[in-house]
Design a protein around this ligand. Sequence first.
Ligand SMILES: [Zn+2]
Length: 74
Amino acid sequence: MYDRLAILQLIEDAERAEPFCVCGAPMVATDRGGALWLECSARHRPHGRLARIAFRLGLHSARELLAAPALLAA
Ligand SMILES: [Zn+2]
């Protein structure tokens, strides 16, 4: 069970552990179907040559931080 403070701490820890994608863009916390993910900020709008190459190759970083049921319970 996570409360809002625990979720904020989870996001801060994840962003601190993995601040940048392999393409160099910052990682951001996002909602994916009710689940909390840490993903590349350039994932949907790649800017720059390296980001576009990573987009074409599907190399942008993304990982689930918190599954939807756990997030809904917070
Ligand atoms: Zn990226």
